[in-house]
Design a binder for this molecule. Structure first.
Ligand SMILES: Cc1cc2nc3c(=O)[nH]c(=O)nc-3n(C[C@H](O)[C@H](O)[C@H](O)COP(=O)(O)OP(=O)(O)OC[C@H]3O[C@@H](n4cnc5c(N)ncnc54)[C@H](O)[C@@H]3O)c2cc1C
Length: 402
């Protein structure tokens, strides 16, 4: 007799989704496992800024899903998720027929958030996935090339909106890439300008002021100019921002927006009770009105009991949630009680490019080379935890100068 097996469908093969799949495959639940992602590779999203700046190639930060998927247990569908049809418990895909689920794990990550700033969705570049960072890299290089034809100064001006984590990591890499572009296109160094526009003087808000200032000084020393202003619009010609109650404009060939992210628009399209694509999940990571749907990673919000505010969205929390979600899905199948998710903060390190970084690990401030070494340790650990030791050996960061 063929038993009617339950089906667990995982949406997204990022830090949360792929880690949860790996855990579930090990638990060998009596259920069909489905993984759906628009790509057939996993991307180390935390390294996207390197591809954007041109200091790493896309292949260096991606690996095939085949390294994790156990085909005997898991069916992989490469397609774009359009929405979740909660009424009929199925996932609507762009190319394939709808996929029914008994249990659903949503881990579709983030999208850039433009806060309605005029022209941003059209003219702003964002660091969000492989196509977007490949575009940034080509765009910056294209502007240097254009300069060799017409010598218009704006081609050599790169502006970045936002001075948070992603902005600093990108700027750190860019300051190492620019000398190479200067050499290749025979440009006078003085003509290249990198400008970071941020509404407040509080750069890197997740760190204490001592570390944040260290980061800002390091970038300033390498030629980044910081402007306090609020970006209000962008068109094909210039960026508009307000500073000191006055409107300003800046002509820049490249504008990269790092000012905010939201959870996946699939969450919004699917009618969940959400804010900026993030759903406030219950203790066991399920949705308040449907215990068969769990949401983790950047699409979820979990309140930090200390601050009373949601924890910042990070790969770190997504991976820890994945372990808890895999346990809970397995428990639900067996009719056992689920367990609450408890976040254990392990620290944060922000790269400033190559062998420089700032961070806080177990309550200790780190900066410079020690912080950079710790960053590589964290990256390698995440590669091993999801892709396995072989992937870590192939794709890991072992050089101190890169
Ligand atoms: C430049 C940068 C640096 C960062 N540095 C750090 C850091 O140092 N430490 C840290 O902890 N966090 C860092 N983060 C944040 C971290 O990358 C995210 O919090 C993390 O990726 C979230 O994991 P996730 O599983 O929710 O989503 P992701 O890892 O983003 O995975 C989402 C998956 O869903 C797939 N997907 C999305 N939409 C669809 C769709 N409609 N259909 C099908 N598939 C879809 C994507 O292809 C992807 O595989 C950084 C982020 C950036 C951009």
């Amino acid at each position: 007799m063929i038993l009617d097996r339950k089906r667990i469908v995982i949406l997204g093969a990022g830090y949360g989704g792929l880690r949860a799949l790996k855990k579930l495959q090990k638990m060998k639940p009596d259920a069909e496992l489905f993984l759906i992602d628009k790509n057939d590779y996993h991307c180390e999203t935390t390294s996207l800024h390197e591809v954007a700046a041109g200091t790493a190639d896309a292949e260096e930060i991606c690996y095939s899903l085949n390294l994790v998927i156990d085909r005997k247990r898991t069916t992989f569908i490469q397609d774009t998720v359009m929405r979740v049809d909660r009424k009929f418990k199925r996932v609507i895909l762009k190319e394939h027929e709808p996929i029914a689920y008994d249990y659903l794990l949503i881990s579709l990550g983030f999208e850039p958030e433009y806060f309605g700033i005029a022209g941003m969705d059209h003219y702003g570049l964002s660091i969000s996935d492989i196509p977007s960072v490949t575009r940034i890299r080509a765009h910056i290089e294209g502007e240097f090339k254009k300069w060799t034809n017409d010598h218009r100064p704006e081609h050599l001006i790169i502006a970045v909106g936002g001075a948070g984590f992603t902005s600093f990591e990108f700027l750190g890499e860019l300051t190492h890439r620019i000398p190479k572009l200067i050499e290749r296109y025979q440009v006078d160094r003085q003509l290249v300008r990198v400008i970071c526009i941020e509404p407040t003087s509080d750069a890197l808000p997740m760190f204490n002021r001592h570390l944040a200032e260290y980061g800002a000084h390091k970038l300033s020393d390498r030629g980044v100019a910081f402007v306090i202003g609020r970006v209000s619009g962008i068109d094909g010609e210039q960026i508009y921002y307000k500073a000191d109650n006055q409107e300003h404009t800046l002509r820049a060939g490249t504008f990269i927006w790092t000012g905010g992210v939201s959870g996946s628009s699939v969450v919004i399209e699917s009618g969940f009770d959400q804010r900026r694509g993030r759903v406030m999940v219950t203790d066991d990571l399920s949705v308040a009105d449907d215990a068969t749907i769990l949401i983790i990673g950047d699409c979820s919000a979990v309140i930090d009991p200390e601050s009373g505010r949601p924890y910042p969205t990070t790969a770190q929390i997504a991976m820890q949630q994945a372990d808890c979600a895999a346990y809970n899905l397995n428990a639900m199948l067996d009719g056992r009680p689920t367990k609450p998710f408890v976040f254990k903060f392990m620290g944060t390190v922000c790269s400033l490019g190559r062998d420089d970084a700032v961070g806080e690990i177990m309550g200790r401030d780190l900066k410079g080379r020690p912080a950079s070494i710790m960053k590589k340790v964290i990256e390698n650990r995440s590669l091993a935890k999801i892709g396995g030791v072989e992937t870590m050996i192939k794709k890991g960061r072992f050089s101190l100068s890169k």
